[in-house]
Design a protein around this ligand. Structure first.
Ligand code: ADP
Ligand code: MG
Ligand code: MG
Ligand code: MG
Length: 414
């Protein structure tokens, strides 16, 4: 075993400490003296090692007892690895092939040994580089629909669902980051906030918009108190790894039971931010590539709807909308599905707008904008993003579909 008390791994200590983990040795080779270890964590929170041996490669991800981005002044519980592990096993069951294969979990060491995805790269980097990924939208729409539907009482037995909500209710401090950084900090002068110079007037407008802040608080209330399904909780383009034509979802340590529209809303926000940042990253092919991104958003949402309706028709095995109330009485339940979806999209567009705000205003900004070195170039693009975020929050209840959202984006793009 890797030890009976937690200790952070290092490139130097990993082979000796993990040499007896059979699941790792069987992937990379039995002789730990031959292992090469590289630390590649580029995230905000954890250590991620690639272990290379004569037989292959594997990933070792280990939680640190603090926020990596900030340092040991901000402690963060190791138990997030436990929730990441349990979320990964559920996502693998609810959407097979969507996440890396898990080889080993050590709760004491807060570490997960998993499949090394290769030649997959972080989607956010690909979007900044102007690359396309075939099948991306269909994969992501299905992932969101399958995990939303199959983790809810539309599908699960009541007892199983309640037990799972109970399990994930222990993940307190990680979702608390979302409650603060995503839903709250953007709308006041919070300690860890920062924003690009030149945005002050736009930011002041957001903070003086009482109606907007009420809508954001209503969204936060749904996020914290509505346990519809197990959400990934951090589904941005940095939590997706892709090749030219294959994609996977990683990093679900923020998993909790929450609203069915949360993941797809956050996901669309990250595509919209990729869209608004493109003028600083592209040359001749700017228009074409921006339209490709909007096409992805539309297709993600269509694929989500189609899959959700398919699961509704074929897998409605939970207590909600039972066939005894509809089909068994010769009645169509498709309109009921439409009503569920309408509520889900209302939530999703509000979450989308809020995510667009927090990435420019609170602690963890995204590389799409952050990689734009010149603040005079960055500020107007971020301003478009902030204004569109506000419009989505205000209009969340009235947006017909993703096409309407993309039309608004084109309007702000100038
Ligand atoms: P954090 O929780 O700290 O954000 P992530 O799980 O997002 O950590 O991983 C950080 C980085 O490590 C990713 O951006 C990616 O580059 C790399 N990585 C993580 N998991 C894998 C994997 N299964 N295969 C290949 N690379 C990975
Ligand atoms: Mg990450
Ligand atoms: Mg696949
Ligand atoms: Mg993470």
């Amino acid at each position: 075993s890797a030890g009976t008390t937690y200790e952070a791994l290092s490139v130097e200590t990993l082979p000796e400490r993990l040499k007896d983990v059979a699941a790792l040795a069987s992937k990379v080779g039995a002789d730990s003296a031959t292992w090469q270890v590289q630390e590649v964590g580029d995230g905000n929170l954890n250590l991620v090692f690639i272990v290379t041996g004569p037989a292959g490669k594997a990933i070792v991800k280990q939680a640190l007892p603090y926020v990596r981005l900030v340092g040991d002044s901000w402690p963060l519980p190791l138990y997030r690895a436990f929730y990441e592990y349990h979320a990964l096993t559920r996502q693998a069951a609810r959407d097979p092939g969507s996440v890396p294969e898990i080889f080993h979990f050590d709760e004491t060491q807060a570490l997960i040994v998993m499949e090394f995805l290769s030649p997959h790269l972080i989607l956010r980097r690909k979007l900044i580089a102007g690359e396309r990924v075939d099948g991306l939208a269909d994969f992501l729409g299905k992932f969101c629909a399958r995990t939303a539907f199959r983790g809810s009482e539309l599908s699960m037995k009541s007892g199983d669902k309640k037990a799972d909500v109970g399990l994930f209710a222990g993940n307190v401090d990680i979702p608390a980051i979302t409650e603060a950084l995503v839903f709250t900090d953007p709308y006041f002068i919070a300690e860890m906030n920062h924003h690009t110079e030149g945005l002050d007037p736009v930011v002041a407008n957001l903070r003086s918009d009482v109606e907007l802040k009420v809508k954001v608080q209503q969204a936060l209330q749904r996020f914290v108190s509505n346990t519809e399904t197990m959400v990934h909780g951090d589904l941005h383009s940095g939590s997706i790894m892709s090749t030219e034509d294959d994609s996977r979802v990683i990093d679900p340590e923020f998993a909790q039971y929450g609203p069915m529209g949360f993941d797809i809303g956050m996901l669309c926000a990250n595509f919209l931010m990729a869209y608004f940042s493109q003028p600083a990253h592209r040359g001749d092919d700017l228009d074409v590539y921006q339209e490709w991104i909007l096409g992805v958003i539309e297709e993600v949402c269509t694929s989500f709807e189609v899959e959700f309706r398919h699961l509704w028709a074929t897998e409605r095995t939970g207590i909600l909308y039972p066939s005894s109330l509809f089909e068994d009485q010769g009645q169509d339940s498709a309109p009921a599905c439409g009503a569920v979806l309408a509520g889900l999209w209302r939530d999703a567009w509000a979450f989308c707008g809020i995510e667009m705000h927090r990435r420019c205003l609170s602690l963890a900004h995204n590389a799409d904008f952050e990689d734009i070195a010149d603040p005079a170039v960055r500020a107007p693009l971020e301003a478009r993003n902030l204004l569109m975020g506000a419009e989505l929050i205000h209009k969340a209840e009235r947006l017909a579909n993703a096409s309407a959202v993309c039309a608004i984006a084109r309007g702000f793009n100038g």
